[in-house]
Write a protein that binds this ligand. Structure first.
Ligand SMILES: N[C@@H](CCC(=O)N[C@@H](CS)C(=O)NCC(=O)O)C(=O)O
Length: 284
């Protein structure tokens, strides 16, 4: 690495910020010497403050700054990390960009499976767990920021405020049955899409080179995205983060319609949870 540090805007609880974190660890960056870490507290809506929106107009983490250039999403951030890496992965992932994009599809985004309930029991768990508190923290920030917003961010903040309030209302009021069923149907569709991705592109990618990783024996760029998605998806089923495949995969199978999941997925999971990059970054 050159003497100039790269800057990573991230948050410990963010799913997609885990992709560049894993990439940095896997490719030989030194956490303190090479990287300036900036935490943006999503649970307090710090990502909606104008100072951060100037850095990333979508108000999302991660953002990477390297050699004066900004990379405002995890796909471009990871790709840049790999380019600058002291020890880049031996397998080149440029042929896998469509799989990486598929992993990131909003139809099965882990942030959505985290926040959308699938039935009354799940709704109750989300009221008593992280989702309600997270939505409340964001709402407090959005209410304040939308009072007197800079003109350039007015529309963005007004929409975020309304969308977040609608979701929060689902958890802090007693919605009527039709509202509940419409919400649960969205939640179920998300998990259906998780199942399709898992049994489709993910399984195919892991079968291709004999495993355990997509490129074979060592993780490569595509894996930094697959494991980021898989780990938060597994956590969203309610298992303890870092649980072995024997615990995690049956739960994943249950949430995704009950059909078998190819053993390559369990092997992949067990290979990842043993890696320092997974443990040191507290991936979940
Ligand atoms: N496509 C983006 C998605 C990033 C994203 O959704 N980040 C979440 C955290 S994992 C976030 O910052 N959410 C804030 C919000 O939507 O308010 C990427 O890959 O970086």
């Amino acid at each position: 690495m050159s003497s100039e540090k790269i800057t990573l805007y991230e948050f410990a609880g963010s799913c997609w910020a885990n992709a560049p974190k894993i990439a940095l660890s896997e490719t030989g960056f030194k956490k303190d010497k090479d990287v300036e870490w900036v935490s943006i507290n999503l649970a307090e809506g710090k990502n909606f403050e104008p100072e951060y929106l100037k850095i990333n107009p979508a108000g999302t983490v991660p953002t990477l700054i390297a050699k004066g250039e900004k990379y405002q999403d995890s796909i471009s951030a990871v790709s840049q990390i790999v380019k600058l890496a002291p020890h880049p992965p031996r397998v080149d992932a440029h042929t896998s960009t469509s799989i990486i994009e598929e992993i990131h599809a909003s139809a099965h985004d882990p942030n959505a499976t985290l926040l959308f309930a699938i039935n009354d029991e799940d709704r109750k768990a989300k009221v008593n767990g992280l989702p309600k508190g997270f939505l409340e923290g964001r709402q407090k920030a959005l209410d304040k920021l939308a009072e007197n917003p800079p003109a350039e961010f007015k529309d963005f903040l007004t929409k975020k405020k309304a969308d977040n309030q609608q979701l929060l209302n689902f958890y802090i009021t007693e919605p009527d049955e039709a509202t509940k069923q419409a919400h649960y149907s969205q939640g179920k569709n998300l998990w259906k899409s998780v199942g399709i991705a898992l049994r489709g592109v993910v399984t195919q990618a892991l079968q291709k080179n004999g495993g355990p990783f997509a490129g074979g024996e060592e993780p490569s760029e595509i894996d930094y995205h697959i494991i980021t998605w898989l780990s938060r998806t597994i956590t969203n089923t309610g298992v303890e983060p870092g649980s072995p495949a024997s615990v995690a995969i049956p739960k994943l199978q249950e949430y995704t319609g009950g059909h078998n999941i190819d053993p390559v997925v369990g092997k992949y999971w067990d290979a990842w949870i043993a890696r320092p990059s997974f443990k040191d970054n507290g991936i979940h």
